[in-house]
Design a protein around this ligand. Structure first.
Ligand code: MSP
Length: 478
């Protein structure tokens, strides 16, 4: 295992209102960051998230709000900052691409790649989708529209652009993905996404435009100030720039893991890696693209009015409830469907009746006994091989299931088995209850990455020497 862990989320478009799609990726990054902090120590983990603030899409949103782009970004960025605070996201840094320190390094890297001979001048003619901030090919179109943004007409564009020689890197990229002994080896996960990428790479690779003549809101191209950097070549670089402009973070490059949704896999698994090769920088070790969820079998979209915000969820299920429900709903990596009804059923079963009940049961027995318990000895988290493997293979639903089905049920069974209410001998009762308390404390440690607030509450309640009943952890929902 690497001695450090650097995990990133996509940087979200700042003009978006945070929704649970954004929250999904961010919660998973948070779970992993917390898990690796337990294993490797706080200082060995770096968790980065942030916002993507340049480009036509943001400029248009600013114009609609009658604001200057930067002023607009400064105002709306707080929506993401607040959302992550509310969800107890423990990122070490929140990067904004309008940060001058980021902009400077982007220019430096572009210049380097230009000097290395991988950027040339050309003309671009074709269709562009502002919603995706992406050039479209014939095969992308459905009824002459971008399938992801059917309400926006793709724009026909013809302009002078600078191009990145992506095609030159095709074979190198294929080798880096396939060959584990290649010094640039990186993994694209899950397996079917890797195959998808390799299949696409086998079909050939076109060069990509890295600059825009018609978009003012962007980082100027260092050798031609009339053009700005294509927003993706500004955004992707955030993963690297943060490690360079922040103090003592450069040891974290290359990243161990880029967590993304499947919609932006090509940018991360191919274009980003090729750019790093062109700049002579080490490549990240893993890119994991998770699936998308639908809500009641429908795509989540503004026009359908079914967008759920993180705070909508938190209001009903609480912070930890929301985190638990999102991660246990379906395997990470696949597509899945969620619904508030299903969430309610699961909340009542696993959290109110399951975890909440066991905690209340043990606390009550301890309180009734009038005994005093050993105070918690601080010790690190110990995960079984099975659990570590599940964590490291992104099987978060399995980790949770394992914790609930084996550990939590075991505590419940232990209580039934001991029947402490029938034990009259104080020493015997002490021994039996102490065992249950210890089990619960250990369970709380393993719960920390997923349900940080709850784990903290359990630790506090069962710290000893006196243990008392507390407030219900998860009140039942009607
Ligand atoms: N700004 C770019 C990313 C640049 S990264 C260098 C971008 N931003 S975004 O705001 O559109 O966020 C996209 C990400 O949001 C997806 O990759 C995914 O992580 C998450 N999701 C958005 N909708 C989602 C679902 N319905 N389901 C699951 N995740 C979703 O693209």
């Amino acid at each position: 295992m690497d001695k450090k862990f650097y995990v990133t989320t996509p940087i979200y478009y700042v003009n978006d209102v945070p929704h649970i799609g954004h929250a999904y990726t961010t919660i998973v990054a948070d779970v992993l960051a917390r898990y690796y902090r337990q294993l490797l120590g706080e200082k060995s983990v770096f968790f980065l998230t942030g916002t993507d603030e340049h480009g036509a899409k943001v400029a248009q949103a600013a114009e609609a709000a009658k604001k200057k782009p930067k002023e607009f970004c400064d105002q709306v960025v707080s929506r993401f900052v607040k959302a992550w605070k509310e969800l107890k996201i423990s990122h070490d840094y929140f990067i904004r691409t309008t940060d001058p320190r980021h902009e400077k390094i982007v220019q430096r890297l572009l210049q380097k790649v230009y000097d290395n001979g991988y950027i040339y001048e050309g003309a671009y003619e074709g269709l562009y989708c502002v919603g995706c901030e992406k050039f479209l090919t014939e095969t992308d179109l459905v009824n002459n529209k971008c399938p992801l943004h059917p309400n926006q007409k793709p724009i026909h564009q013809k302009e002078k652009n600078y191009f990145f020689k992506l095609s030159y890197f095709r074979k190198k990229i294929i080798k880096a993905i396939k060959d584990k002994s290649n010094p640039n080896h990186y993994e694209v996960l899950p397996e079917e996404r890797r195959n998808e990428i390799l299949g696409k790479l086998n079909q050939g690779l076109d060069d990509v435009s890295i600059s825009r003549a018609g978009v003012e809101w962007g980082i100027p191209i260092p050798w031609d100030k009339k053009q700005t950097t294509y927003v993706w070549f500004d955004a992707l670089l955030n993963y690297y720039t943060a490690t360079q402009f922040l103090k003592d973070r450069n040891k974290f490059w290359p990243a161990n893991l880029h967590l993304i949704g499947k919609d932006i896999l090509w940018f991360h698994a191919v274009i980003w890696q090729a750019f790093l090769l062109a700049a002579g920088l080490p490549l990240p070790k893993k890119v994991f693209a998770h699936g998308f969820f639908t809500i009641n079998d429908q795509k989540m979209s503004k026009s359908l009015g079914n967008v759920i915000s993180p705070s909508d969820l938190v209001k009903i299920f609480g912070v930890d409830g929301s985190r638990y429900l999102m991660l246990s709903a379906f395997p990470f990596g696949t597509d899945g469907d969620i619904s508030l009804e299903k969430f309610k059923t699961r909340y009542n079963a696993d959290l109110a009746n399951g975890l909440g009940n066991v905690v209340a049961r043990v606390a009550k027995l301890c309180e009734n006994s009038g005994l005093e318990f050993e105070t918690t000895k601080t010790r690190g988290a110990i995960y079984s091989k099975e659990l570590q493997e599940a964590f490291e293979n992104f099987r978060f639903d399995d980790v949770l299931q394992n914790l609930w089905n084996t550990r939590l049920h075991a505590i419940d069974k232990l209580i039934d088995h001991h029947s402490p209410w029938l034990i009259e001998d104080k020493n015997e009762l002490q021994k039996v209850l102490q065992e249950e308390v210890d089990e619960l404390r250990e369970f709380a440690t393993k719960l920390k990455p997923f349900l940080p607030k709850t784990a903290e509450k359990i630790e506090k309640q069962f710290k000893g020497p006196k243990i008392k009943t507390g407030r219900l952890l998860f009140p039942r929902l009607k």
